[in-house]
Ligand binder design. Structure first.
Ligand code: PGA
Length: 251
C-alpha cells in the first residue's frame, strides 16, 4: 500500500498568534489518522514555534524551500541541516512559485532535492505545466523534463525517499481545480514514466495533487487510482477545511 499524505503549504502567511490558533484547532479537531500522514510546511521563522506546538502530535513539520548548498556565503539562505535541526521531516522543492518568481530551474531544483535527502528529509518535488503549455499540448514533455533532471542527478531509486506533487500552475491559487480525470491522467503518466525505469519504485511512490484542493473537491480527487493525497495551499490555513481534507485522504 502506498503512503497517503496531505501536506499544507502555508506559503508566506501567518504570525505567531495565528499559527498557534490554527494548529490548536487542527490538533483538537482532527482524530489521529488511521492511515496516511499529515504535514504542515511553514515559513522559516516559525519552524521553532511550530516544532514545539506539534510535539507529541501526529502532525509532521516541513519547510517550503531549502538551499542546495551545505553551508557558505549565501546571504539569506537556509540549508538542509538547519531545517533538520528544527525537526523538519519534509521540504517542498521546485514549487512553481519558486520556479517562476525566483528563477529556479530544473538543475537547481535537482540539487535542492539531493540536499534535502542528504540531510534525511523527504523532498516534496513539485512538477506541473502552465496553461500555455497545456494548451500547446506539451504537458507530458514539461513534466518529463522536470522529473528527469532529478532522476539524472539522484537516480530513480532516490524516489523511494521522496514524494512528487503534480501541481498544474494554472490551478494554483486560482480556484480552477483540475478535474479528477485531468489530474489522474498526469499522475498515471508520471507513474508509468517512472515504471519504465523501476516498476517497484513507481508503484510505491506517493504522488500528490495540488492546485485549489478544497474540502468539497478533495474526495473526488483522492478517489482516483494514482492520486495519493494533496499539497494544499489556501485551504490549509482554515482548520476545518484542512481537517476535512486530511479525513478524505483516508477513505
Ligand atoms: P492552492 O495552492 O491550494 O492555494 O491552490 C497549492 C500550492 O501552491 O501548493
Amino acid at each position: 500500500m502506498r503512503k497517503k499524505l496531505v501536506a499544507g503549504n502555508w506559503k508566506m502567511h501567518g504570525n505567531k498568534e495565528q499559527n498557534q490558533e490554527l494548529l490548536n484547532a487542527i490538533i483538537a479537531g482532527m482524530p489521529r489518522m488511521r492511515s496516511g500522514e499529515c504535514v504542515v510546511c511553514v515559513p522559516y521563522p516559525y519552524l521553532s514555534q511550530v516544532q514545539l506546538l506539534l510535539q507529541n502530535t501526529f502532525i509532521k513539520l516541513g519547510a517550503q524551500n531549502v538551499n542546495q548548498f551545505a553551508k557558505g556565503a549565501y546571504t539569506g539562505e537556509v540549508s538542509a541541516e538547519m531545517l533538520n535541526d528544527f525537526g523538519c521531516h519534509y521540504v517542498i522543492v521546485g514549487h512553481s512559485e519558486r520556479r517562476a518568481v525566483y528563477g529556479e530551474n530544473d538543475q537547481t531544483v535537482a540539487l535542492k532535492y539531493a540536499a534535502a535527502q542528504k540531510s534525511n528529509m523527504v523532498p516534496i518535488l513539485c512538477v506541473g505545466e502552465t496553461s500555455e503549455q497545456r494548451e500547446a499540448d506539451v504537458t507530458e514533455q514539461v513534466i518529463f523534463k522536470q522529473l528527469n533532471a532529478v532522476i539524472e542527478n539522484s537516480g530513480v531509486s532516490s524516489l523511494v525517499n521522496a514524494v512528487i506533487a503534480y501541481e498544474p500552475v494554472w490551478a494554483i491559487g486560482t480556484g480552477k481545480t483540475a478535474t479528477p480525470q485531468q489530474a489522474q491522467d498526469v499522475h498515471s503518466y508520471i507513474r508509468k514514466s517512472i515504471a519504465m525505469l523501476d516498476p517497484e519504485v513507481a508503484s510505491a511512490l506517493t504522488i500528490l495533487y495540488g492546485g485549489s484542493v478544497k474540502a468539497d473537491n478533495a474526495s473526488q480527487l483522492f478517489a482516483m487510482p494514482d492520486i495519493d493525497g494533496g499539497l494544499i495551499g489556501g485551504a490549509s490555513l482554515i482548520a476545518t477545511d484542512f481537517i476535512s481534507i486530511c479525513q478524505s485522504v483516508q477513505n
